[in-house]
Every structure is written in structure tokens, then in C-alpha cells.
Design a protein around this ligand. Structure first.
Ligand code: ADP
Ligand code: MG
Length: 212
């Protein structure tokens, strides 16, 4: 699904700094776009806007032909659940539940049965080099594992849109390569993949670079 932003600007509070200042850009389906820029340039904010976690102060965001910048909160959550896989920089796992439950949740929304969802979650994790017990808790995984867990949680929904915030930030080179390849494959399968990153290997794997 093609994502268009038009005339986008955002500020967090009245009188605060204006980010983007009227950014217009098209993110193609089936391709990876790397969003680059200095720390504080608004990479994460742009991802939150496209991920429908924030509403832009000014401008429009379209998913295909649909203007998603003005939809109700209910529709917005529905679009997020069904179409967007958001990979947070810090993984943001729910510490009160086993890691595997964090991962398989998205597949339950998509209608998979729990047993099947769990199998699929373990398989996805293993593909990314993370092998876990069913009772593994978020507090028992390393930062690098948590980051890959966050990616699996997004991928398990087979979303049309993947938005990833510095997904290789905590990873050694080998694990980073596996993560980049997984995101690349997802784009090749047709998803719109947008990655905020300083990592030159991410930019190398991307068709497009949007420098903020
Ligand atoms: P980046 O990801 O490129 O480092 P961010 O999008 O995190 O940039 O931040 C862009 C600017 O917005 C920074 O000046 C930051 O301080 C500010 N900012 C980010 N999040 C918030 C927030 N929740 N409230 C107020 N200001 C914020
Ligand atoms: Mg950031």
C-alpha cells in the first residue's frame, strides 16, 4: 500500500519547535525507505505519525487513497491492529506476560488459533536467531533479543505497513544482518517498509533514503 504524506508538520506543544515544516513524500509499496537524520531531527516522530500513534499538527497522511489523518480513534486503532506493524526502539514488551504471548497477540487479532499462533511465533523468532521457552519473561531476554522479539511481534500480523525505529540499534553485526534481511523480505513480499536508522547497512538495503 502506497503511503503519502503531504504538507506534514508537527509540534508537540504550542510554542514548541516545528518538525518537518511541510514535508511531502511518497513511500512505495514493496520497497524499503530508510529515514535518516541527526538525533532530534524527528525520525521517531515521523514514524509515530505514519504508525497512527500521533496525529499531525498540519498536513495529511494517506494510506492508498484513504486519508488516515482525520479518522476517529476507533478506526485508527482498527487500522493499526490490522495493517501496521510497529517496531518500537525499546521493544516495549508487556513485562507481566511471557515473551511468546507478547509476540503471538497480533496473530490472534488476525484470527489464528492460539496453538497455531504460538507455533508461528516460535518459528519467526527462531528465524531471527531467538530461541525461547514458553515461560520466558521479558525481564529474562537481552536488549538485542528484545529488539528481535519486537520485530517478530510486528511481522506475525503480516501487515501491509512495517514501521521500525532503529531496529538494529542494539544488535551485533550478524544479528543486524538477519533483521535487515527480514525487513527486506517483507518489502519484497509487498509491504511498505519504513525504517528510521543511522545504520549504513540499512540504507544499503533500502531503495529510498528520506533524509530529515
Ligand atoms: P529522532 O528520533 O530523530 O531523534 P524525535 O522524533 O525523537 O527525533 O524528536 C524530535 C524532536 O521532538 C526533539 O526535539 C525531541 O526533543 C522532541 N520530542 C520528541 N518526543 C517528544 C514528546 N513526547 N514531547 C515533546 N517533545 C518531544
Ligand atoms: Mg528516534
Amino acid at each position: 500500500m502506497m503511503i503519502t504524506v503531504a504538507g506534514l508538520a508537527h509540534r508537540y506543544r504550542r510554542g514548541g519547535d516545528v518538525l518537518f515544516g511541510g514535508l511531502s513524500h511518497v513511500f512505495d509499496a514493496g520497497s524499503v525507505t530508510a529515514v535518516t537524520g541527526a538525533s532530534g531531527s524527528g525520525k521517531s516522530t515521523l514514524l509515530y505519525l505514519i504508525g497512527l500513534l500521533l496525529t499531525p499538527s498540519v498536513g495529511v497522511i494517506r494510506f492508498g487513497d484513504r486519508d488516515v489523518s482525520t479518522v476517529s480513534d476507533r478506526v485508527r486503532s482498527q487500522i493499526r491492529a490490522q495493517q501496521i506493524g510497529f517496531v518500537f526502539q525499546d521493544a516495549s514488551l508487556d513485562a507481566s506476560r511471557p515473551v511468546i504471548d507478547n509476540v503471538l497477540e497480533g496473530a490472534l487479532y488476525a484470527g489464528l488459533r492460539r496453538g497455531d499462533a504460538k507455533m508461528r511465533a516460535h518459528r519467526l523468532l527462531a528465524d531471527l536467531g531467538v530461541v525461547l521457552r514458553d515461560d520466558h519473561r521479558p525481564g529474562e531476554v537481552s536488549g538485542g533479543q528484545a529488539q528481535r522479539v519486537g520485530l517478530c511481534r510486528a511481522l506475525i500480523k503480516d501487515p501491509k505497513v512495517i514501521v521500525a525505529d532503529e531496529p538494529t540499534g542494539n544488535l551485533d553485526t550478524d544479528s543486524a544482518a538477519v533483521v535487515i534481511a527480514a525487513l527486506r523480505d517483507t518489502a519484497d513480499a509487498g509491504a511498505t517498509v519504513i525504517i528510521a536508522s543511522h545504520d549504513p547497512d540499512v540504507a544499503d538495503a533500502a531503495e529510498h533514503v528520506l533524509a530529515l
